[in-house]
Design a protein around this ligand. Structure first.
Ligand code: PLP
Length: 459
């Protein structure tokens, strides 16, 4: 192991050095990939020298997500303390299903969940877990809602048309999850949004009433804190005023993108009313810059988590109580330790430090929006209180611009669509960045457009 740790150190040093020299790697096309890199597997192993140099090649030709030129979707940067936690989690290699195997790591996961529940004012009976990402957090919420609606479903299966409500701008995992959960895609009502991308509470109310009259069974409303394209926040208070009129409707808040505003004194008002939700999730691997993946879901009543996810297995659960055997509340069986990397960060910067990371991202977004507003060649499509900055530059086709910047290894940035408009979507999610890094983004892009103006498609 010592030898490989040395190798790890060497390759990491080279990577960091290379990152600072060149923020974007030349992409290898999928057709050329296996020619350029010896990725196929053989009967015999490689000798040490060849193995080491191949591994280095692979690392150095992989897209760089931690640099100051990476503005692609929804994560970025390298937080040193969080990465340290991740590396140690790999060394320890625990599985988080039992206290016997996880020990203090289980205590760490529970401490994070507890603190998050407290900060959200979720009450005495709240609990949560670390699912394998935001999509799966949303899935767990939907399953708890389904099973809370009818405790028999987990035995009998579904026998009614149960209805999901989510906004037109919500994440596609809601669609996938409706299939996984046996609800069905046709049972999703996509509620209209206002021009800022927020769900219309009036339209939600009307739709629920219509469905009840038709004999359908509304059971799940998904509100989004930070929509994937515009970064908009649904009005949780207004939505809750509607869901509370009905006994059986579960309110989930999908904060995968921007739920981490809960850590900021300045921006936590964007999720005002979250204490009334039945469940809430956020991805620490997005706004908190923890390595992928690190997602947390919490729910008001731990019985809901237990009812949907606990199963007995005497080959697994042999010591300690259910409270410390976290497999009783998780989607999977063997489960990697996603808690330690978040804890190493949180413990070292404090809750205040997490809030500052969030604030920095909004500051960078403000910087970008001001730049755009002050330059007549730009058109802005997104709004304040969002870390997605959506814009077009001159008459350049945003798709071609983003794809060309990637192919020519200049910048990593993606495009998005809203209300029939397509635009470049810059995300200011890397809190290691400073305002000069945002201005550099515009510099690099403008220079590129100037030099390649004739080749770029126009709209
Ligand atoms: C990113 C995102 C998700 C999905 O999270 P994953 O960890 O990528 O599965 C869900 N909802 C929203 C709003 C997101 O932005």
């Amino acid at each position: 192991m010592q030898e490989d740790l040395k190798l790890f150190h060497e390759i990491s040093e080279k990577l960091i050095k290379n990152e600072s020299k060149k923020g974007v790697v030349e992409p290898i096309s999928p057709e050329k990939l296996y020619e350029k890199l010896d990725l196929h597997l053989n009967e015999n192993g490689l000798d040490d020298n060849k193995f080491e140099s191949l591994l280095e090649d692979v690392v150095l030709s992989t897209p760089r997500t931690s640099t100051k030129l990476f503005f692609n979707q929804l994560f970025g940067g390298r937080n040193s303390r969080a990465s340290l936690g991740e590396l140690l989690a790999v060394m320890l290699n625990n599985s988080m299903y039992t206290y016997k195997v996880g020990g203090p790591q289980v205590g760490i996961e529970k401490a994070i969940i507890q603190k998050v529940c407290d900060m959200l004012n979720f009450g005495e009976n709240a609990d949560g877990t670390f699912p394998p990402g935001g999509s799966m957090s949303n899935f767990m919420a939907m399953l708890m809602a389904r099973d809370a609606y009818n405790r028999q479903i987990k035995y009998d299966g579904m026998s009614e048309k149960m209805i999901i409500y989510t906004s037109e701008a919500s994440h596609y995992s809601i669609t996938k999850n409706a299939t996984f959960g046996g609800i069905g895609i046709d049972q999703i009502r996509r509620i209209e949004i206002d021009n800022h991308g927020r769900m219309s509470p009036e339209a939600l109310h009307k739709q629920i009433e219509t469905d009840i009259q038709k004999g359908f069974k509304p059971f799940f409303v998904n509100a989004t804190a930070g929509t994937t394209v515009l970064g908009a926040f649904d009005d949780i208070e207004a939505i809750h005023k509607i869901t509370e009129k009905y006994d059986n409707i579960w309110l989930h808040v999908d904060g995968a993108y921007c739920g981490s505003v809960m850590f900021s004194e300045t921006y936590k008002s964007l999720i005002k009313g979250v204490q009334n939700a039945d469940s809430f999730c956020f991805n620490a691997h997005k706004m908190l810059n923890v390595p992928l993946s690190c997602s947390i879901i919490v729910t008001k009543n731990k019985q809901d988590l237990r009812h949907s996810f606990a199963c007995d297995a005497n080959y697994l659960y042999q010591t300690d109580g259910d409270d410390f055997n976290l497999g009783k509340t998780s989607l999977q069986c063997g489960r990697r330790n996603d808690a330690l990397k978040f804890w190493t960060l949180w413990k070292s910067v404090g809750t205040k430090g997490l809030g500052e990371m969030v604030d920095q991202q909004f500051f960078l977004a403000e910087t970008a929006r001001n730049y755009i507003k002050n330059h007549p060649d730009y058109q802005l499509y997104s709004y304040k209180d969002s870390i997605s900055i959506c814009f077009n530059y001159k008459n350049i086709d945003p798709k071609d611009l983003c794809n060309s910047l990637y192919k020519d290894a200049e910048l990593m940035v993606g495009y998005g669509e809203f209300n029939g408009e397509t635009f470049v979507r810059l995300v200011s999610i890397n809190s290691n960045n400073e305002d000069k890094d945002i201005l550099n983004f515009f510099n690099v892009m403008e220079k590129y457009v100037e030099e390649n103006h004739d080749q770029l498609s126009k709209v």
